[in-house]
Design a protein. Structure first.
Length: 146
């Protein structure tokens, strides 16, 4: 059972998905388990030049669920928070390689030969797909053209 008293300090200051992606593991896990506010989708969507509905669909989340949760000011489930934080983590990693949000969004939305022609953004709904995208980004960062 989740000990809300232990995570209360984290909830008083609600971080963004990008901040959670950079937190030490123990802190990040606590925030993910508690869930980010549904409005957190907007910040990640903005970086990708997507609407919240488009991002939700790409992550395998019902856009209606996100709209309803945002309207009711409730938190995302831990599963949906994890998907959002995973995407933010990959955006951060891509930001070390590409100079602008437009370049990041362009790369994520283009077919990647190293991913058998799949668009990286289409793989972020699963952990396995996200790990492959991270591996390709690592390859690019270290000169292993993929």
């Amino acid at each position: 059972m989740l000990d809300f008293a232990a995570i209360l300090p984290f909830l008083a200051f609600m971080p963004t998905a990008f901040e959670v992606a950079e937190m030490p593991l123990n802190q990040a896990v606590k925030v993910i388990r508690a869930g980010l506010p549904a409005r957190a989708f907007a910040g990640v969507a903005e970086v990708l030049s997507l609407t919240v509905d488009e991002l939700a669909k790409k992550l395998g989340v019902s856009p209606r669920t996100i709209r309803d949760q945002k309207k009711k000011s409730v938190r995302l489930s831990s599963l949906n928070t994890e998907k959002l934080v995973r995407t933010a983590r990959i955006l951060h990693q891509a930001g070390k390689i590409f100079s602008t949000n437009e370049a990041i969004s362009g790369w994520l939305g283009s077919p990647a030969p190293a991913l058998d022609g799949a668009r990286p953004i289409e793989l972020l709904d699963t952990d396995l797909g996200a790990r492959e995208v991270e591996a390709v980004l690592n390859g690019i960062a270290y000169g292993n053209v993929m």
